[in-house]
Write a protein that binds this ligand. Structure first.
Ligand code: NA7
Length: 534
């Protein structure tokens, strides 16, 4: 009989790790959750910058599986602020008594497969080594920070911050603050800080298309209606493409008159949500160039109306494809009407150096700063695994296996990494994240349960491992699905184009959550097709 400390070690205590822990405990397994942070929350623990907010509506930014909690847990607005998401996750952990299975301030540094025993040895930052039959990575897609490759990066003598490692206390009053980066995070942090600093300069490489979030209070009547309909709300979300709580449009942009198109865009603008604007208005914005231009024109028109100074407005106006992760705001453009908020176009006039006192641009302008904020994002998806040494069968690391491209079967399993699972690994669906996490956690826990019950081989030595051919086929499908997308022609983290020196690759399944769930169901009905028999 093989000896081990735990049936499963789960790495990470965010949305995915918490649910994974609950599912495996409910199955009667012994589980340890390893978390590097001092508490639960994952992404929401680390990204505690001012203005952090989920841009999925509150109704779908939670777990779907506890109806009583769905009905009772309070939330008051269309969107949850970062601290509210953290409080919610802490509440779930408390409600289900999961903290006892978790250890904090502890990172998994390495894990190695022991083929002769069918166990993983997991090495922790504490020096401890644990043996487990299964390792589930729930490290998330946005955990490895990305710093820009700029000369003098470490020479700045003022305060520096990265949005994804925000400290508990900070004070920007009477300070001149520079923000590099204007993605989802930059837009939020700029909006939140503009009223509280002496001066704010946004150093912007690519302006973004930002539509209103549409945040507002949820009335008690709306909440009652939601509480009466949770089953259908979740069922609709999980049977949609993006699981953002709307039905994706099937209407081509040019199938309607110019007037009607304008009305549809205007209605979406008033309603709010970046995903809704891109995918709820028309069906072809993300791949048809003319359709994309029509959406661009509408948004640029709105920016021109909002930003009073035409020079600033011009700098804030994107002219490339509207094909990065859709963004939404709570008053971003309006902040540039304040005299203490400015934007510097570092595409035409790049930063030549970060100096001890601020930033110098190529034209020789010096921007004196007291604080510098990096909102420069992440080495996303496969980047989360780079700092970990994961050594599978045949002594190969995951890094070796992903030398050409980060490939996986379903975003979950990698050939030659037996009994190692990822939640949100490369080639997982591109959607609102919690419903995809739930889908994958449920699939993984079902696989583990089946493997444990399998009578075909000696108890405790069941192996779940993706077949190489199925993995190749899945990755080809992901490649094909994104081939025509304008997202692929636009540099951003979605294809790994945001990190200096990183090879771009397909990191997501663009087929939608409904199709993904169908694919999982079909493979189960076909004897776990794509997995080696266990
Ligand atoms: P993003 O979306 O990757 O945005 C990073 C921003 O930082 C973006 O504006 C980048 O400009 C900018 N950036 C990155 N490197 C540089 C350099 N070297 N010089 C200047 N500017 C740079 O990260 P976020 O944290 O905002 O959001 C990540 C996801 O988290 C988000 O999509 C949500 O899903 C949640 P660029 O556009 O590359 O010119």
């Amino acid at each position: 009989m093989t000896s081990f400390d735990y049936d499963a070690i789960v790495v990470g205590a965010g949305f995915a790790g918490i649910y994974m822990c609950k599912k495996l405990i409910d199955q009667g397994l012994t589980v340890k959750v390893i978390e590097a942070a001092p508490d639960v929350g994952g992404t929401w623990y680390w990204n505690r910058y001012p203005g952090a907010m989920s841009d999925t509506r509150s109704i779908l930014y939670r777990y779907s599986w506890d109806l009583e909690d769905l009905r009772e847990y309070p939330w008051g607005r269309e969107y949850l602020k970062g601290p509210e998401v953290l409080t919610y996750l802490q509440h779930v952990v408390k409600r289900h008594n999961l903290r006892q299975y978790m250890v904090f301030n502890t990172a998994m540094e390495a894990t190695t497969w022991n083929g002769d025993q069918s166990t993983w040895t997991v090495s922790l930052s504490t020096g401890e080594k644990l043996k487990a039959r299964y390792v589930v990575s729930a490290v998330g897609i946005l955990s490895k920070q990305n710093y820009p490759d700029i000369a003098g990066l470490n020479s700045f003598k003022g305060e520096t911050y990265h949005t994804s490692r925000w400290p508990a206390t900070y004070d920007f009053q009477n300070k001149r603050v520079g923000v590099i980066g204007n993605g989802s995070t930059g837009v939020q942090v700029i909006t939140a800080l503009a009223d509280h600093v002496k001066h704010l300069t946004s150093f912007q490489r690519h302006p973004q298309y930002v539509v209103p979030a549409g945040d507002k209070e949820i009335s008690p009547e709306t909440r009652r209606e939601i509480d009466d309909n949770w089953d259908s709300i979740w069922s609709k979300a999980k049977n949609s493409t993006f699981a953002f709580g709307f039905k994706e449009s099937t209407v081509p942009t040019f199938s309607v008159s110019d007037e009607e198109r304008e009305q549809i865009f205007e209605k979406a603008w008033q309603y709010g949500s970046g995903f809704y604007f891109m995918f709820g208005t028309f069906c072809d914005i993300s791949y048809n160039e003319d359709a994309n231009r029509a959406a661009q024109d509408f948004i640029r028109g709105k920016i021109a109306q909002k930003v009073k100074d035409p020079v600033k407005a011009n700098k804030l106006m994107p002219r490339d494809w509207f094909a990065r992760r859709p963004l939404c705001d709570t008053g971003y453009y309006e902040k540039f009407n304040k005299p203490n908020v400015d934007v510097v176009d570092i595409k035409s006039n790049p930063i030549s150096e970060i100096t001890p006192t601020g930033i110098r641009t190529q034209d020789g302008t010096e921007f004196e700063l007291d604080a510098l904020i990096f909102a420069t994002g992440f080495d996303a998806v496969d980047g989360s695994y780079k700092k970990l040494s994961i050594v599978g069968a045949n002594q190969k690391t995951l890094g070796d296996a992903w030398k050409e491209a980060p490939e996986s079967y379903l975003g979950i399993s990698v050939p030659e990494f037996p009994n190692f699972f990822m939640v949100l690994g490369p080639n997982s669906p591109f959607t609102n994240i919690p419903p995809t996490i739930e889908t994958q956690v449920e699939f993984i826990s079902d696989m583990i349960e089946k493997a444990n019950q399998s009578g075909t081989i000696k108890k405790n030595q069941a192996i779940v491992e993706a077949e190489p051919t199925a993995t190749k086929d899945w990755c080809k499908q992901c490649d094909d699905l994104s081939a025509e997308s304008l997202f692929r022609k636009t540099d951003s983290w979605i294809f790994g184009a945001n990190v200096a020196g990183k090879k771009t690759s397909v990191l997501f399944y663009f087929g939608g959550l409904a199709n993904y769930r169908k694919a999982l169901q079909e493979l189960v009905e076909n004897g776990n097709r794509g997995f080696k028999p266990f």
